[in-house]
Design a protein around this ligand. Structure first.
Ligand SMILES: [Zn+2]
Length: 119
């Protein structure tokens, strides 16, 4: 039994190929402000972006982790990470795609159905 893991890797287990890996996703949630950017030395639009990673098996996203929100300049990317209470004015619901959070529920459902069919 050997497991090789990289960004997009395969592992062999009892002759069955299980393909798993992880990917990153970045979402721009929208413009929130216009202010002076010290890097651009100009007035710039500032956006909130969400960056996270998610694990997947057979290209089915299962769960997400290391979620970070950034408040940043739209041109140079200068900005800060937003945490906890700082986010409240900007977030009304979880912006991640449903499958990136609850894909594992779908996968368990598929496994249960397959077991029911083949047993
Ligand atoms: Zn800038």
């Amino acid at each position: 039994m050997g497991v090789i893991k990289s960004g997009e890797a395969n592992s062999r287990y009892n002759g069955t190929m299980i393909i798993f890996g992880e990917k990153g996703n970045e979402m721009t949630l929208g413009r929130v402000d216009r202010r002076y950017c010290p890097t651009c030395e100009k007035e710039r639009d500032f956006y909130i972006s969400l960056i996270y990673r998610y694990g997947h098996v057979f290209w089915i996203p299962l769960f997400s982790y290391s979620t970070k929100y950034f408040y940043h300049c739209s041109v140079c990317g200068y900005g800060t990470e937003l945490k906890g209470r700082d986010l409240n004015p900007y977030l009304t619901s979880n912006p991640k795609p449903w499958m990136h959070r609850f894909g594992w529920v779908v996968l368990i459902g598929i496994i249960v159905i397959l077991i029911a069919i083949f047993s």
